[in-house]
Design a protein around this ligand. Structure first.
Ligand code: NAD
Ligand code: DAU
Length: 332
């Protein structure tokens, strides 16, 4: 497999995937399609621009996707509207990109008989109780809470149906919360780091007792690359690195790592329908494909991420004011 089409490759995880592949699989030819919506940033792939082909376009454009898929051997499908808070204000773009966009990708790989890896999220399973030890696994029933997670769940169902009904050669992965460079400042960790760098107090939703299972984006992407090469067609793999932390602890960790008092943050309005806890059991991926994460120390990964945002202010500053204005309007 040589020619790989990455959808959403100007976004956080897709851009990091392109960097990862260029470093680790130099025999791959990469094409990226991204519509450069608010979350797409061409600056995230600038340093590799001479090693990739970039197409500005929308994945729901069936003719465009058909022609791009025809020219490639495989599609890694990251493109999606990805932010829960936005989906609570305006769900339509989520239906459009996540459902109709995935339909268009599926019709392309069906017609041209190409390999697909579909990127999804642990949020399709809903949430877990705080006071239990169970984790999501490949057999956990779907029970999404938000417009975002329900459209991702819908996209997973479409992929499974195209595998079973039309013999499409696809795999799916559901990953937990990613952190690392090139993540939009609307997301929890970069928002707090860039708030501190901008002289704004970090913002914690509600009590901050909600738990997320953090994984470094490079660990997510090493798993995706492995599934693309060795994953069994039709299978789903859960990706996670045992990184459970509650939001209050993470905000305090960011503050103290950045030399601030750990209680120097504000409580703001909680997210409606806020999922309490996510946790991934990735033993299938570890046993069957022999995957292991590299970033086992969250504090170290967080320090590197803080360092990246500190040194790359020209990357995030243009997004910051608009993002904070949107949050202010929502009381967050
Ligand atoms: P992101 O919002 O940073 O990037 C998404 C990219 O897709 C953007 O560049 C955007 O411009 C592009 N895009 C959106 N709609 C498009 C369309 N219709 N046509 C073309 N391009 C379009 O999101 P991310 O965090 O990088 O997430 C990537 C994928 O990984 C998503 O499918 C998301 O559901 C999944 N995921 C994310 C996380 C996480 O923690 N961020 C965890 C698990 C799974
Ligand atoms: O679990 C995987 C999912 O992780 C992905 O599918 C999503 O694309 C990705 O955005 C992420 O979803 P979350 O909603 O968990 O991530 P977010 O960064 O928005 O928020 C993480 C937690 O932090 C959540 O409990 C809400 C809280 N939060 C968020 C923001 C932006 C705050 O307390 N303060 C904030 O300012």
């Amino acid at each position: 497999m040589k020619n790989v089409l990455i959808t959403g490759g100007a976004g956080f995880i897709g851009a990091n995937f392109a960097h990862y592949i260029i470093k680790n699989n130099p025999d791959y030819e990469i094409t990226i399609i991204d519509n450069l919506g608010y979350a797409g940033n061409i600056g995230s792939i600038k340093s590799i621009e001479d090693k990739i082909d970039f197409v500005k376009g929308d994945i729901s454009d069936i003719e465009l996707m058909d022609s791009l898929i025809e020219k490639n051997d495989a599609v890694v499908h990251f493109a999606a509207e990805s932010h829960n808070d936005n989906s609570l204000i305006s769900p339509w773009p989520f239906v459009q990109s996540n459902i109709l966009g995935t339909y268009s990708v599926l019709e392309g790989v069906r017609k041209h008989k190409k390999r697909l890896h579909h990127i999804s999220t642990d949020e399709v399973f809903g949430d877990l109780e705080l006071n239990e030890t169970s984790k999501f696994n490949e057999n956990t029933p779907y029970n999404p809470s938000s417009p975002y997670s329900s459209t991702k769940a819908g996209s997973d169902h479409l992929v499974r149906a195209w595998v079973r009904s039309f013999g499409v050669e696809a795999t799916i992965s559901n990953c937990s919360n990613n952190y690392g460079p090139y993540q939009h400042v609307e997301k929890f960790i970069p928002r707090q780091i860039t708030n501190i760098l901008s002289g704004i107090k970090p913002k914690l939703y509600g009590t901050g007792e909600q738990v997320r299972d953090w994984i470094h984006v490079d660990d997510h992407n090493s798993a995706v690359a492995l599934i693309l090469e060795k994953g069994k067609i039709g299978e789903t793999y859960l990706i996670g690195a045992d990184g459970e932390k509650n939001n209050k602890d993470v905000i305090e960790m960011i503050l103290s790592t950045m030399g601030k008092s750990s209680n120097d943050y504000e409580h703001v309005k909680d997210r409606p329908g806020h999922d309490m806890r996510y946790a991934i059991d990735s033993s299938k991926l570890q046993k069957e494909l022999r995957w292991t994460p590299i970033y086992k120390d969250f504090e170290k990964g967080l320090e590197q991420t803080i360092d990246w945002y500190t040194k790359n202010q020209e990357w995030w500053k243009p997004q910051k004011d608009e993002t904070e204005a949107k949050y202010k309007k929502a009381g967050q």
